[in-house]
Write a protein of this length. Structure first.
Length: 404
């Protein structure tokens, strides 16, 4: 590329680590905007910014969407990257390949295809409040927004930031981000639809591609944060029946009192960051008949979630407008203990697999022996049914018994 490219990111507070660029390219300037005075880098140019009345999250969204005068004045094309992104190949080559005729290029979402699906995921992962998400969806419905336009994943995008259509779209995007949900992917498709911004779609998986990898952010919801859904999850998942909770993990019972929003027979409790979380106790009462813990392993007298996602299903006859009261006691195991227990489970699983393989080998050997026996029996039966065999039997009757 003839002119310099601007690659920029933004870290506010202590939300992310700033990863150094492993192989800096001469035709790229790497700009990191931050309000964190302790942030330093060898490969990024650190530009300190003020909050200007915004919280840390909205300050980072402002930079992400609107850019900065330094970018507008000095560059024609810019590439935004979340600070969690680590590049494996040339950014110059990436831009040359994927920045086409449109003034904006973005990556197609690898898991979801609508704002409604994204809203559900945001609720399940505690990315924003139910109030903000429902407010966003209500606005989109009032605008008659057609939620069948697909979805983009905004960890990396390329834009001509001085293009009038891009400027108009980015201003609306930031306005939506301030007024409604803070999750930018919940409003970007509306912005495209409303402004007519032409976007080139990049068909990559942001979590698995040859160009970059995507690390987790430093900040996460509490491991004990969970959501509760009344009814059977299906294609008609209704966000009105979805609730979020953030109990403590100090081995104390967390009491839940919720008015049941509709008649159902199951209540799903989902822990999105459950790895190492121990379910110590569930004190249930009517209308709960029983409960089952999914994706958990017995741990002493309790259950522990070893994967990133855990579920408890409450079974019963849940009636609309009736109270649902129960308590749940949770404990977060420390990392060393979790690692030791995981290794123990892994050894046990491998031992079990070895025993299973030995059993399969023995079964195969037994089967081979049975097949050999069946073959010999068949040969003997053939011989016995032959004329020669019958003649021999008659001769044996005529001849006297052989004596030594």
């Amino acid at each position: 590329m003839e002119k310099k490219l601007c690659v920029y990111t933004c870290i506010t507070g202590d939300y992310d680590n700033l990863h150094e660029i492993e192989t800096p390219e001469k035709n790229i300037d790497y700009l990191c905007f931050t309000n964190n005075k302790s942030l330093k880098s060898k490969t990024w140019k650190i530009i300190y910014i003020n909050n200007d009345g915004l919280d840390d999250h909205h300050l980072s969204r402002k930079i992400k969407m609107l850019g900065h005068p330094i970018i507008s004045r000095n560059y024609q094309v810019s590439l935004w990257m979340d600070a969690s992104v680590i590049w494996k190949k040339s950014i110059t080559d990436f831009v040359s390949k994927y920045y086409k005729n449109q003034p904006f290029s973005a990556i197609k979402h690898s898991l979801r295809n609508s704002i409604h699906e994204e809203a559900l995921a945001c609720l399940q992962l505690h990315k924003d409040s139910k109030t903000n998400i429902l407010k966003t969806l209500s606005f989109l419905e009032s605008e008659n927004f057609p939620d069948n336009l697909g979805l983009y994943e905004m960890a990396v995008f390329i834009k001509n930031h001085n293009d009038p259509n891009v400027i108009k779209a980015m201003e609306l995007w930031f306005e939506m981000n301030q007024k409604y949900s803070k999750r930018d992917q919940l409003s970007f498709m509306y912005v495209i639809w409303k402004t007519g911004l032409q976007v080139h779609t990049i068909n990559l998986n942001v979590w698995d591609n040859q160009w970059f990898m995507n690390n987790s952010h430093k900040a996460k919801a509490s491991p004990s944060s969970f959501s509760m859904y009344f009814g059977e999850p299906n294609d008609n998942f209704d966000l009105k029946y979805f609730y979020n909770y953030s109990p403590e993990t100090d081995n104390k019972a967390f009491k839940i009192s919720q008015i049941i929003p509709r008649d159902c027979e199951k209540v799903y409790i989902n822990f999105p960051y459950a790895r190492g979380l121990i379910v110590k106790e569930i004190n249930d009462s009517s209308p709960i008949n029983q409960y089952e813990i999914i994706n958990a392993t017995p741990f002493n007298k309790d259950y522990i979630f070893l994967s990133g996602n855990g579920t408890i299903i409450l079974h019963g006859s849940f009636k609309q407008n009736k109270p649902l009261n129960f308590s749940i006691k949770l404990q977060q195991i420390n990392y060393d203990a979790l690692l030791k227990y995981t290794e123990t489970i892994s050894i046990a699983i491998n031992t079990f697999k070895n025993i299973e393989q030995e059993n399969r080998n023995l079964k195969n050997e037994n089967k081979a022996l049975r097949n050999e026996l069946d073959s010999q029996t068949q040969i003997l039966d053939t011989i016995k049914s032959s004329k020669s065999w019958k003649i021999i039997q008659k001769i044996k009757k005529i001849l006297p018994p052989y004596k030594h």
